[in-house]
Design a protein around this ligand. Sequence first.
Ligand code: ADP
Ligand code: ZN
Length: 762
Amino acid sequence: MGFQQGELFSSDLAPWEIDSANETPSVSVVFPEPPFGPYDYRIPDEMAGQIKPAMRVVVPLGKGNRELVGYTLSVQIAIQPAQSLKPVLRIVDHEPLCNGHLLQLIQWMSRYYLVPLGQVFEAVVPAGVRAGAGTRNQTLLRPSDLASDDSAIKSLPTKQRQTLQQLILADEPLSVDQLKHLAQCSDGVIKKLRETGFIESYTERVMQFDPSTIKTSYERIPAPALSSDQRVALQTIFQSIESGEHSTILLHGVTGSGKTEVYMQSIEQVVSYGRQAIVLVPEISLTPQTRARFQGRFSSVAVLHSHMSGPERHYQWRRIADGHAQVVIGPRSAVFAPAPYLGLIILDEEHENSFKQETVPRYHARDVAIHRASLERIPLVLGSATPSLETYHRAQIGQYKKVALPRRILNRPLPEVTTIDLRSARIDVNRGAISTPLVKAIERTLADDGQTILLLNRRGYATSIQCPSCGHVIDCPDCDMPLTHHRDGSKATCHYCDYTIAAPNLCPKCGFEAIRLAGLGTQKLEIEVQQRFPDAKIARMDSDTMKKPGSHERVLAEFRTGKVQILLGTQMIAKGLDFPNVLLVGVINADSTLHFPDFRASERTFQLVTQVAGRTGRGDRAGEVLVQTYSPDHPAIVHACRHDFDSFSMQELEQREQFGYPPFASLARLIFRGPIQEDANEFAEEVVRRIQSEIARTGSKIRVLGPAPPPIAKLRGHYRYQAMLISQDAAALNSVLARIQSTTKPPGENLYLIDIDPVDML
Ligand code: ADP
Ligand code: ZN
């Protein structure tokens, strides 16, 4: 399944037929910055046959013939007279950066997400690979044509002849040192052979990264006997693998039902056919357990993660491209892993938002994986205890296959979940964040030698700083959002742009002396918990304490060994952890995600409560979950407490259908921004007017909402406006936006962006 060149040449001629006299070959090149291209360039004679699609070349651009690196798309016969085309100046890569399927994937992403091809290339090929990180130039020697001339060889002095024969026998290019060693000769002998033309030399970049720095030996973990549910699920996946066709399979399994075991045995099957698998996980550093489980089962696992050095990433990329890695595990960008023999893609926790990239190209790894799996004609498994409603709906209407693991392993019960109504339970707000029933439950758990997880989805100490006298709230001057108080160093920080000031003692508006810290963050919770349980060892996990690489692993290892009894933190502790001794989970405020101005707010809340509840009762002892909330009757919370995904999704899907939201329509979000409010607004109005007239002209069925200020109306000193486009006709939506994009030039310092299938609504 190598590089399918034939598909990529846009002429009907085979590459070797292109060379004829008046048919000059040319190549289309795209750039990662404006102007994006594609532009055609002439391939000079000396480069004939060396340029293929998906390589970088240096070409001249514009009147001044500025030299620019671009990516090649296709090689063809020049349509224009060859002399009018500028020539390619240099070749950067001597092999294509990706194979034919990946190149097709890049082209699809460019069309679907409305992003120039050159920018998609930069997202697909890691920076470390592009920079050749961890490599150096090496001179290599090979025999020349003269070396096959018997009589010429016979005329050589003995030592030279023997040396040349060693090189011929080696059957591969050798470095000078290697040849010296093999032939036991001096530099002078080799120098002579190069001068007389028996040996030719060339330079090549070779890997210098030392792979022994990567840990490779792991404790072998044998496979357990499967449960009957797991066997059924596995049969379905095997059938898909054997069909040789693409299919998407939703593996809907409750927390602790053994999904990972099903992934691993599916992969064993494809590996036994000599194929490779990609496993996409939300964030690898949060799931060291998953990684260890795969490394304990497969001999050759390539782990990709965001803290990786350029040389290591380059090394792994090569190893994958050479077909040496059986399993690739990584976050969303691992969907581009250049595996030549791909047999299966798995996307775990498919509902997670981190699969959406929030910078250009704003792709969703789930949709890219679907597209890649269909190009490669292989199965894709989407696993979750709380599937996204998009995925669930498609499985229900038969677009995806569906398999379920409705029970936990060994028939362990799902934990009992109880709500604590904060409206009545906490009459005295000053008593703190933890209600009496939760305090009692923690005491009980500590006495039983069990462990507790506390979830609070807000980092920092206080979430806002407000003057009790005049009501003034201290805002970020650049973002129009309240600053969060952090106790370490007593500072106030904007969580959107990192603007930081010393926390004020006086109200800056009225001078009142007792400015109040309102709201609750994880720092404040940690202090409260420590005061109430002075003997317990507590660890906090949020993006403030987890800045250093390796911090997750360290804290989780301490929790695993039982050194830490109470683990508290933001949603990063809600995911994927499997610790049998966790007997209690407390949700400090389940409403924190509920009242967001986002049509997915209920879904997020349901997912978060269900996922964190799933962290308990995973061992022999039963687990308990207490959910503090001001909205105990909200459907998201009621259904999460009953572990009732079916009822929740039915009710929520009805609402989505009624309001015409995804999965019943496609969505695109446009954000306009600029330093002057009126100008940004006027720009937004003008583009929306043009969208409206384009819709009218083409007769497309598209609803347009806005422009209006989004929840974050000002960010980093820029005023923002948003417009939302909703349609059941995704193709029409795409073509209207493509047209608008090609004709829009933002005035002055204004900018705009298009987000297809947006996840972030702030
Ligand atoms: P999920 O990914 O669905 O949350 P896991 O795959 O983490 O579930 O499985 C939960 C626990 O059950 C893990 O500790 C795993 O090793 C164990 N397990 C999985 N399958 C089996 C089985 N068939 N027999 C015994 N233990 C199992
Ligand atoms: Zn700010």
